[in-house]
Design a protein around this ligand. Sequence first.
Ligand SMILES: [Zn+2]
Length: 255
Amino acid sequence: MAAKTRLFRCLQDNFGVLVHDPATGATAAIDAPEAAPVEAALRDTGWKLTDILVTHHHGDHTGGIAELKARHRCRVVAPAGEAAKIPGVDETVREGDSVKVGNLSARVLETPGHTAGHITFVFDADRLAFAGDTIFSIGCGRVIEGTPEMMWNSLKKLRDLPGDTQIYCGHEYTMANIKFALTLEPGNKALKARAEEAQRQVAEGRPTIPTTLAEEKAANVFLRADVPEVAAAVGLAGKPAAEVFAEIRARKNKF
Ligand SMILES: [Zn+2]
């Protein structure tokens, strides 16, 4: 049976999301920015929390773990490289490991850059990827603990997933990301279409995610550092993609 998801807002601009296996009743929270919205989503769905899958150690992704674990006795799965900074960890995972949520199965991709040990959970059979703060819709996370090259390689890893993969990320930053992306690719039709779609979603009070990888490949300038027109737009025609990516990220930081 296919996975079900439930997306909801947490804190200022974070997303929380539940992944549910209808066959077994198992339910995982992907990160836990704070406990109350997770509890509310569990109440609304009637699902029972069995697992928390953590993408990285930042407080706005882990702040609710201790309270949720105390109440639900759920298992906490975290990246091996960051387990010491995350409360209540039961299991650590690395690149290539798989994590079961009931009968659902997630593959672990190491996607460092935003943090040194950041991971992404990919439910291949359900075409779902939970990427934390590695990729955002039309954006990517700040490179805080890693290098731009590391982040570019992580984004390329995500870019290799099937185009119909639904991408869930940690924050609602889409409109600001679109504004920035349009400064570099004003003629990108997919980006303009995405801008119209996102405007509609925001006007209707809906979240702008999940997005699909195919959509991001066409419109997310951070995934397009190896497109010649994008390199030219930042004055780096012919330069290595990692260098182009670093320049795009630096411009976004100042935008
Ligand atoms: Zn973060």
